[in-house]
Design a protein around this ligand. Structure first.
Ligand code: GSH
Length: 144
């Protein structure tokens, strides 16, 4: 099915750009939602930019060097969970992904909060320890 221009429910044209890394879960979450909405957007792979995430090219886009970096009509929107909530309510056809019912909505919000505040920070801590061991010893302890 060919994609359509991103038009908000109130009729505003949305020029969407996302700077991403393939290994970045929050980047993939936003891009997956945009795919589900079947809208046109520009996806820029930061891994292909000079120096990658912390390089000079991406620093011009986001001095903090963090992906996803979402732009809509030229304005920057930080934080993937907030961006997901914004997009799901802005774009038509995504109602099933964020129910209007407040009790059902809580399930989605709880999952987003858990991933952002519990799961990913712990995973990153574990990954940093793994990569440090691999860099030093070329092998990681089974305890990690
Ligand atoms: N809370 C942020 C987290 C984004 C995040 O952790 N991005 C990682 C890649 S998955 C990153 O860019 N890390 C680089 C850094 O923190 O310096 C969000 O959900 O948008």
């Amino acid at each position: 099915m060919s994609k359509v221009d991103a038009i908000s429910k109130d009729g505003q044209y949305l020029d969407i750009q996302i700077y991403y890394l393939t290994l970045s879960q929050p980047s993939r979450a936003i891009m997956t939602l945009l795919e589900l909405a079947n809208v046109n957007y520009e996806a820029i792979d930061v891994g292909k930019m000079k120096g990658g995430l912390k390089g000079p090219e991406f620093a011009q886009v986001n001095p903090k060097g963090i992906v996803p970096s979402l732009f809509i009509n030229g304005k920057f929107y930080a934080e993937s969970a907030a961006s997901l909530r914004m997009l799901v309510t802005l774009l038509p056809g995504l109602e099933n992904w964020y129910p209007a019912d407040n009790f059902k909505k809580h399930t989605v919000d709880a999952a987003l909060d858990f991933v952002g505040t519990e799961f990913r920070p712990k995973l990153m801590k574990r990954n940093m320890a793994f990569w440090a061991q691999m860099a030093n010893n070329k092998i990681a302890s089974p305890a990690i």
